[in-house]
Ligand binder design. Structure first.
Ligand code: GLY
Ligand code: MN
Ligand code: MN
Length: 439
């Protein structure tokens, strides 16, 4: 399973059909230092990977459809047997052509010398000014030098344009090959969640549950975690990105597990919340029912042609009505929503695009008033929650929260593929009914 070279060619063609006489430049991700001379496992920048399938640092991909000889050019680290003994295998310049299909490839050290020929006759440079300031300056310096020749030559790239409108649109709609990888990421993530629920019990530490989860990820062939696993017991569940995972779990509390794997660079993202000791308290159960209803109703809204915001708006409605019914909010539903008085309980949105990035690229809105419509091939998470932090500050005019509600945090999250006639829940292997969460 994976993306065939042919599909990369197709993506490159699509990109080039959009840039006309422009030249697009993509920069690889840097190596990240863990400490001193030890580096984290390398992870390519997602759009670079999407367009090339090339997974090495110190690389630049150039697309120049107007160029007479070369349309796709890779600059890579050359082969260096001595260096590779220490730092691992490099593909090298020749294989960049043979394996990755570049029309031409050069050692990265020749970038400044070779790049201008691919820019001089283009009408604009497509480049995303990223975090690598030094490389940004390299590209700007090339652009300025070419502009100096404009008067004499009558041609130069007159504009610098961001690549994101190009890559966002392409990456948002997943191909059959990408969907297969997403299914596998979802399947392995689901297996890990099921193992976590079987393993968790009072007295166990959060990190031990984390270990069970991540064991499954690697054992099943995933690259590893899609994001730091959140294993949050008791009030820790009210901290949205809690990753310390060092607390011993107690009876009568909930455990919120938000974890997903990365499989072939594509990510799963699942959350389940269940009672550590196998039985919900009445307060936990009342809140869980609301979140589950919000999630199931929101999932129904994930349909092709529906604006992106609708499933969030519906989830908010169900949550606010539920909190009103429990007396945790007071007043008029519409007013509470308009004035965002529910936000002390529910402060995040109900989902996000999911793909090569966990919070994947793609527009949510086309302009201030127009949301993106859900379309077959989109993949979204649906993840409502209710969080009653021990320090919760109710909105103005809202009641104080009684102690028995405090320290409860619940989120339920699934990954959905939008299909031509509705949706498919990719993560349905993990149960979530009250009965399934209790034992
Ligand atoms: N795990 C990150 C998120 O759910 O968005
Ligand atoms: Mn998510
Ligand atoms: Mn998540």
């Amino acid at each position: 399973m994976g993306i065939e070279q042919q599909e990369y060619r197709q993506r490159q063609r699509e990109l080039m059909s959009k840039i006309g006489r422009g030249t697009a430049i993509f920069r690889s991700a840097p190596l990240a230092t863990m400490h001193n001379d030890v580096e984290y496992t390398y992870r390519q920048e997602s759009s670079f990977y999407y367009l090339t399938g090339f997974n090495e640092p110190e690389a630049v991909a150039v697309f120049a459809p107007h160029h007479e000889e070369h349309h796709y050019i890779l600059f890579v680290q050359p082969k260096d047997p001595e260096q590779e003994t220490w730092t691992g295998y490099r593909c090298g310049v020749e294989a960049a052509k043979e394996i990755y299909g570049a029309d031409e490839a050069y050692p990265i050290a020749e970038l400044n010398e070779k790049l201008p020929q691919y820019l001089v006759n283009s009408d604009r440079i497509y480049y995303h000014l990223g975090k690598d300031e030094k490389f940004n300056q390299t590209i700007i310096a090339h652009w300025q030098r070419l502009m100096q020749g404009y008067q004499k030559l009558g041609t130069a790239p007159l504009a610098l344009e961001d690549t994101r409108p190009l890559t966002f649109a392409m990456r948002l709609v997943k191909s059959p090959g990408e969907i297969a990888l997403m299914r596998q990421a979802a399947k392995i993530s689901a297996m890990a969640h099921n193992r976590a629920r079987e393993f968790a019990q009072p007295g166990v530490y959060e990190y031990q549950v984390q270990a069970e989860i991540e064991h499954v990820f690697r054992k099943e062939g995933a690259i590893g975690i899609a994001y730091p696993s959140i294993v949050a017991s008791g009030a820790n569940a009210c901290i949205l990105h809690y990753i310390e995972n060092n607390r011993q779990m107690q009876d009568n509390e909930l455990l919120l597990v938000d974890a997903g794997c990365s499989y072939g660079y594509y990510n799963g993202d699942i959350t389940r919340t269940f009672p550590v000791g196998g039985k919900f308290t009445p307060e936990q159960k009342a809140l869980y029912e609301i979140v589950l209803e919000a999630q199931l109703k929101a999932i129904e809204e994930v349909q092709p042609g529906k604006p992106y915001n609708e499933f969030h708006d519906l989830a908010v409605c169900v949550i606010v009505q539920g909190l009103l019914d429990l007396g945790l909010l007071q007043g008029d539903l519409t007013e509470i929503i308009q004035e965002e008085k529910y936000k002390p309980f529910y402060m995040h949105r109900t989902g996000h695009w999911l793909g090569l990035d966990v919070h994947d690229v793609g527009l949510y809105k086309h302009d201030a008033d127009t949301w993106q419509n859900l379309t077959p091939g989109h993949i979204v998470t649906v993840e409502p929650g209710i969080y009653i932090s021990p320090n919760i500050k109710p909105a103005e005019g809202q009641p104080e929260i009684a102690e028995q509600w405090k320290g409860i945090g619940i989120r339920i999250e699934d990954d959905l593929l939008v299909t031509s006639n509705g949706h498919e829940v990719l993560t349905s292997d993990v149960p979530k009914s009250i009965a399934d969460m209790e034992n």
